[in-house]
Design a protein around this ligand. Structure first.
Ligand code: SD4
Length: 334
């Protein structure tokens, strides 16, 4: 099922079958005495790459980088670029659906094994937001650049200026305008994001996340995807997590940082993702039936987990030479 349809269906129905199960966790000590979570029922292996949703071409590109001896940072950047360049995907980079005023604005971030990070928010007219985010990390003393400043920075580095609004996305926006309701709270997502995590042959972890955000958002709106700790977090000693779905809910619970910290405390990636989702759905008056959030996570050993509020979230995993889409277990089974 396409991600877009899934999000609509998931937020409206939330019914389906259960997959996966909570894994048994144990903790072992490294030589430095630091706890590293391990799985007793699922064996991890490295290198590997995982990404949100069904993005086999993107994970294949990242895997190719890893197989050639490349590092995890290059792998996640190259992998995310595949989706950014894919005009058919109306969620990321070129062809992304615009905000209510017709502007395509991109959010992206990247984080490396040293805990360095870079991000761009509200970036316009530049396709490869993830690469600009990497340049923010590597070439500036800052973590985030926004709007015109980010765009100008990209041009100075030689990134080409491009109109990101394709005919198909413009048409979708025009159709949306006929019935649009300008609500401050988005209750049905119709968007998707690519978040990618990789571990290279040296065991080093990196992550990246890139999106055009929620379709038909208010002008100026920024989601979780470029916010370090919310949309993405990497701790090279523990593991990493990346989020997708309604960014406002992820930001409110600092979701990706939470998942990594739960793994630090000994939870498996699966358990940590489940706990982070439970923090959202168990809030008093949570409106979770009307939105989707999904997390994917990996620990230092290459054990992975994923969990979402509603059915039909999936992750793509390239591990042990196999590139496959894996349906995520989910909370709302009624
Ligand atoms: C956002 N989290 O801007 C992104 C959108 C997304 O699946 O991931 N949708 O809120």
């Amino acid at each position: 099922m396409e991600r877009r349809k899934f999000l609509k269906n998931a937020s409206l129905t939330g019914v389906g079958l259960a997959v996966g199960s909570t894994l048994v966790n144990c903790v072992e000590n490294t030589s430095e005495g630091k706890p590293i979570p391990t799985e007793s029922q699922e064996k991890g292996s490295i290198p590997l790459v995982i990404a949100t949703w069904h993005v086999m071409d993107a994970t294949a590109k990242a895997w190719e980088v890893l197989q050639a001896g490349g590092n995890s940072l290059d792998a996640v950047e190259q992998g995310c670029k595949v989706e950014e360049a894919n005009e058919a995907g109306q969620s990321v980079g070129k062809g992304g659906l615009p905000d209510r005023d017709g502007n395509v604005t991109l959010d992206a971030c990247i984080m490396d094994k040293h805990g360095n990070c870079g991000s761009v928010v509200y970036l316009q007219n530049v396709v490869h937001a993830v690469s600009v985010a990497r340049k923010v990390m590597e070439d500036t003393p800052h973590v985030m650049l926004a709007g015109k400043g980010a765009e100008q920075f990209a041009y100075e580095l030689g990134f080409p200026k491009e109109d990101l609004l394709t005919e198909a996305s413009k048409k979708a926006w025009e159709e949306w305008k006929i019935t649009s309701q300008y609500k401050p709270i988005i209750n049905i997502e119709n968007h998707d994001t690519i978040g990618m995590l990789a571990i290279d042959k040296n065991g080093d972890i990196s992550g990246a996340c890139t999106t055009s955000g929620l379709a038909f958002k208010m002008a100026g709106r920024v989601g979780d995807s470029p916010i370090i700790g919310s949309g993405l977090f990497v701790d090279n000693e523990i593991g990493a997590c990346v989020a997708t779905g309604l960014g406002e809910e992820v930001v409110k619970t600092v979701g990706s940082f939470l998942v990594v910290e739960l793994m630090r405390q000994g939870k498996t990636p699966q358990e940590a993702c489940e706990e982070a989702i439970s923090r959202i759905v168990n809030k008093p008056n949570s409106d979770y039936k009307n939105f989707q959030v999904g997390y994917i996570a990996v620990n230092k050993k290459g054990v992975t987990g994923s969990y979402s509020i509603h059915q039909w979230f999936s992750m793509t995993k390239y591990q042990d030479g196999k590139n496959e889409q894996i349906q995520s277990d989910y909370f709302n089974k009624v």
